[in-house]
Ligand binder design. Structure first.
Ligand code: BES
Ligand code: ZN
Length: 456
């Protein structure tokens, strides 16, 4: 193992250069214009996996973007780790707020800045580099591994559930390892044991056939922008509680034990608020910030569009108003049931003065696991070896839809070992990954083979 760690240390700079090549591919899954780049990124990963010693690495078609698959099964009788991650990235707008171009990765102060640096190319690449180092130095691995890297995570993993269910044999493993989340804080590595789910919608209201002169017609018809604002305004009460009837029915209450554990985490609320630039924090009353983000569901407006928003003034009653809204869900809420409740509620509160259309967009189930299992303990030891610190346990507010599918369809536990940071700017301008964490993560990933092999 010392050889492997030496190899990782010696190759530290080369890894960063290679990561830059991966980050240069604008594999934005949300934008049809980038479909070719998405595929090029998948091809790049296949070649790279082949180059590091996984000869059978291949691209597998799905009805959507292809998945990248590779395996090394040279340790019969030993456990198999399935590495899941995604090679697609979020759009980059607003481009003018980037300090360096999003697809020309730039290192500043020990961090690499690019779209996908943390979410999720950098973290996926870390596991590839661990395999490369281990195979180069030891010639074989003490466990079996499979890579399963998708290209639609950022748009809801729409085709992945069916793929996982139809390819249970291909994906058969003992444990899933995922690095697609931030660690608790800089210098505080963590293992994440819970994710929120998601239910996403578009709401369209139409008031009239066309925009109207607000003088000639103002007062005679409802204004859809106003109706939309008032509908959205009613979605939460003043204490931040969502007012959709039945919304909280399936919410699993936070246990006293978890609540007590979270109070012990090194969380500085003032620093958190200042880093966000928020004048004051806001959330559901009766819960702490960590509880609000990790263990409580939310209703958010993701975007709003209506009427005239250009320079100057225009006296108009808009014909239409549109909102994108989404709810983060917690165990045991189900996105389909929440969607039914939301639609019914929307129909009941929407006045007859406008025509309402609700479109269900993507969703994902929440996930939570018992963390006292041998894989989590093995990962804890590997992280301690890589980072020199025992990890804490946390939940996260974000979603990775396939994690609950691994559990339900394949019966597989997942270990979420993320090396991003809370200020990584995922989905925002100036996304970045700390290169120290990237490096320690490669070492931890290589240690994980040994830890899992000896634990099972
Ligand atoms: N890497 C994130 C998930 C994540 C974010 C985990 C923060 C933990 C903390 C992932 O790529 C992501 O952004 N997922 C989407 C999923 C959605 C499109 C279904 C999300 O959470 O919005
Ligand atoms: Zn991600």
């Amino acid at each position: 193992m010392n050889d492997v760690v030496d190899f990782i240390n010696v190759n530290r700079d080369r890894y960063v250069e290679e990561l830059k090549a991966l980050l240069a591919i604008p594999s934005i899954s949300a934008l049809p214009a980038h479909a070719g780049d998405v595929r090029r990124c998948a091809d790049w990963l296949v070649s790279e996996l082949q180059r590091i010693g996984l000869a059978g690495a291949r691209l597998i078609e799905t009805p959507g973007n292809p998945v990248v698959y590779a395996e090394w099964l040279g340790a019969p009788g030993k456990p198999t780790i399935l590495y899941y991650g995604h090679y697609d990235v979020q759009p980059v707008d607003p481009l003018e707020l980037w300090e360096s171009p999003p697809f020309d990765a730039t290192v500043r102060d020990g961090e690499i800045y690019a779209r996908g640096a943390a979410d999720d190319k950098g973290q996926v690449f870390m596991h590839l580099k661990a395999v490369e180092a281990f195979l180069a130095k030891a010639g074989s691995l003490p466990v079996n591994i499979k890579f399963f890297i998708e290209g639609e995570e950022e748009v809801g993993s729409t085709h992945l559930d069916a793929f996982v269910r139809a390819n249970a044999d291909l994906l058969a493993a003992d444990v899933v390892v995922i690095s697609d989340s931030p660690m608790f804080d800089r210098g505080v590595p963590s293992i994440c044991y819970g994710l929120r789910g998601l239910a996403y919608f578009q709401i369209d209201l139409r008031g009239t056939r066309s925009d109207l002169h607000s003088g000639s017609f103002g007062g005679a018809v409802a204004n859809p922008a106003f109706v939309l604002a008032s509908i959205l305004g009613q979605m939460k009460d003043r204490g931040g509680r969502v007012r959709i009837p039945g919304f909280y029915d399936d919410v699993r209450p936070l246990s006293d034990e978890e609540r007590a554990e979270w109070k012990r985490l090194p969380f500085n609320e003032t620093r958190y608020r200042k880093e966000l630039g928020a004048p004051k924090l806001f959330g559901e009353s009766g819960y702490s910030t960590l509880e609000r983000v990790w263990a409580r569901p939310t209703f958010e407006v993701n975007g709003l569009l209506s009427g005239f928003t250009g320079d100057g003034a225009k006296t108009v009653i808009p014909a239409v108003a549109m909102a994108k809204v989404s709810m983060r869900l917690v165990p045991d809420q189900h996105p389909d049931r929440i969607a039914d409740l939301f639609e019914a509620h929307l129909k009941s509160v929407c006045p007859k003065t406008v025509a309402l259309t609700v479109t269900r967009m993507h969703g994902g189930r929440p996930w939570m696991t018992e963390f006292d299992n041998k894989y989590v303990r093995a990962a804890g030891r590997a992280i301690e070896r890589g980072f020199g610190k025992v990890p804490v346990f946390n939940r996260e507010g974000g979603s990775i839809p396939v994690v609950s599918t691994f559990q339900e369809a394949l019966g597989l536990p997942s270990v979420l070992f993320g090396v991003g940071l809370p200020d990584e700017n995922a989905h925002a301008p100036n996304e970045k990954l700390d290169l120290g964490n990237f490096h320690s993560g490669i070492i931890a990933s290589a240690c994980l083979y040994e830890e899992i092999a000896s634990a099972v």
